[in-house]
Design a protein around this ligand. Sequence first.
Ligand SMILES: [Zn+2]
Length: 136
Amino acid sequence: MTTHYKEIKQCSVCGAENEYTCIGSTGTFGPQDLDTRPPERKRSTIFAWVQRCPDCGYCAVDVSETCCQESREIVSSREYQERLNDPTYPELANSFLCKAIIDLKSKALAAATLALMRAAWVCDDCHLDLGMSTEN
Ligand SMILES: [Zn+2]
């Protein structure tokens, strides 16, 4: 059984305090997918793998932790805010994509890759075609 709990966290970018759902414990049944996506029940906890500050839009594994010195500048940038509010993608996918923007700018390439892959999983769950088909 997966357990959740609520926690108040202070955003490290804007200082706003908000409540976030965190995962207390979960489990898995079966093997992961070839793209490393975990099996259920852990798979269904993806909504809690990235937190989005509702005040400034900072997206991180833990909004109370600063990823880099430039995080405030990155979050307020036009590129970031457009991605954050892009109606083409599900909100959760945008959160992962915004996290990837921060990770890329802070040279955390492995973290950025993981965030991009997780955004793709969210889009896949929503049956979104991202125009990346290899069939022509
Ligand atoms: Zn914030």
